[in-house]
Design a protein around this ligand. Structure first.
Ligand SMILES: C[S@@+](CC[C@H](N)C(=O)[O-])C[C@H]1O[C@@H](n2cnc3c(N)ncnc32)[C@H](O)[C@@H]1O
Length: 156
């Protein structure tokens, strides 16, 4: 179930759905304990304008500076994100998606691959400009965007 919010920095309401979706509690626990490189809601404020520095801090790699910041809109389960990050270890990659499960899965994939340049956030990409000021970004990737314009999908 995708998140819906009007401001990327407000807490994401989850109370009614926690039982139905195990990834909600998994997300909260991993974000709080920092066991996965994930973030959402008010905590995103700490990253805006300082993404690379924060990612280096998360991975405790501040001696090896990340040189750029690429954002993937709709990272799904992180397959492309992880491949890009593995191919370009000196750049920071942030995956953005709108479901708890996909963000958790993407982050788990990055950790499984031993990467130290990936972060995943739960947010709606319509807030991209608020989350990533122009001067911070070196690239934006949007592969197979969804939803896309199809007659039968108009209602979505
Ligand atoms: C077809 S998948 C993309 C696959 C992935 N980019 C790849 O290359 O393998 C589309 C993804 O976009 C996400 N998505 C849809 N609308 C979004 C939005 N407004 N903000 C962020 N992600 C979104 C969906 O949750 C889904 O995971």
């Amino acid at each position: 179930m995708p998140i819906r919010h009007l401001d990327p920095f407000v807490p994401i309401k989850t109370a009614r759905r926690t039982d139905a979706n195990p990834y909600i509690s998994k997300f909260s626990e991993a974000a709080a304990s920092k066991t996965l490189p994930i973030c959402a809601g008010p905590d995103l404020m700490n990253y805006v304008g300082r993404w690379r520095e924060r990612i280096e801090q998360y991975y405790k790699t501040s001696k090896q500076h990340l040189e750029g910041l690429v954002v993937e809109i709709g990272c799904h389960t992180g397959q492309a994100l992880v491949q890009m990050a593995a191919d370009h270890p000196n750049q920071a990659f942030v995956g953005v998606d709108i479901t708890f499960k996909r963000v958790v899965k993407s982050a788990e994939r990055a950790v499984d691959h031993g990467l130290k340049n990936v972060f995943c956030i739960l947010a709606d990409a319509k807030f991209l400009e608020k989350l990533f000021p122009d001067q911070e970004l070196t690239g934006v990737v949007a592969r197979f965007p969804d939803p896309w314009k199809k007659k039968k999908k108009e209602k979505n």
